[in-house]
Ligand binder design. Structure first.
Ligand code: BTN
Length: 247
């Protein structure tokens, strides 16, 4: 079944990821189901943050995936397909973006989309993945946040439905690429657009601030960094880096 062949459109919900989890617990979480909300009143972001989005102006959605035989060791491919799909969508609208590990999407130094993936495991495999995506489309004002939207970047107003279908086209194509070719090609596309790759970047780990080089991301999602003479692997909460524009 293609992704998006079933779309549940809600006027208001706490979080589309929560709604998807309830559907799954009731045995109704069919692969490819998209839950789309005009408004979330408890939208969730990474690292326990809240996700704020002006009602009716942006895309807030969750996609349910039930991959066959996807080992937890390769689970990061889901993040990669999502991030590359958002990058591809923006390219179709003439916007050049970068992927900030693990799966934030930036236009220069402003965030345009964020992803919150919640996986359920069975044995050593991913049985269900809830892919939560927040994409800024029509919102023009973000207060103090370093954020942007499709409309801010292009100066044009696009219907949410048009952007959604264009995104689903990208997502289906890249998910098929993964199914047919495995993880390698998606992995290359992800690394092609990865912010800070092979560039000396200021970062902070539990030992303090340092200049390191992002070498890449491992199949399990850990960030591989050259720190002076050492090569280190970091989980999401173990490292942060100061985001700067490349010269
Ligand atoms: C982040 O960048 O911190 C991740 C943001 C993810 C937001 C989306 S909006 C739809 C889905 N439902 C949620 O509660 N969160 C995700």
């Amino acid at each position: 079944m293609s992704i998006g062949s079933k779309i549940i459109h809600l006027a208001s919900v706490d979080s589309t990821n929560n709604y998807a989890a309830t559907l799954i617990s009731e045995g109704k979480g069919m692969h490819g189901t998209v839950i789309l909300a005009d408004e979330q009143n408890a939208g969730r972001g990474q690292r326990g943050a809240v996700w704020l989005s002006k009602p009716g102006e942006n895309l807030t959605m969750s996609i349910i995936l039930t991959p066959d035989n996807l080992s937890v060791l390769n689970q990061f491919v889901i993040s990669q397909v999502v991030a590359v799909s958002i990058h591809d969508l923006l390219r179709k609208f003439g916007i050049s973006s970068r992927i900030k590990w693990p799966n934030d999407i930036y236009v220069e130094n402003r965030k345009i989309a964020g992803v919150l993936i919640e996986n359920q495991l069975k044995g050593g495999n991913i049985s269900v993945s809830i892919v939560g995506i927040g994409m800024n489309i029509g919102q023009m004002e973000f207060g103090d946040l370093q954020a942007t939207s499709l409309r801010r970047e292009t100066g044009e107003f696009n219907q949410l439905q048009e952007v959604l279908f264009s995104f689903l086209e990208s997502f289906n194509r890249l998910w098929q690429l993964y199914l047919i070719k495995g993880t390698n090609e998606i992995n290359s596309l992800y690394h092609e657009h990865l912010y800070g790759k092979n560039i000396l970047t200021e970062m902070k780990d539990s030992e303090g601030v340092f200049h390191g080089i992002i070498l890449g991301v491992e199949p399990n999602g850990k960030l591989k960094v050259q720190k002076r003479e050492e090569i280190k692997m970091y989980d999401l909460k173990e490292i942060s880096f100061i985001f700067r524009n490349e010269p």
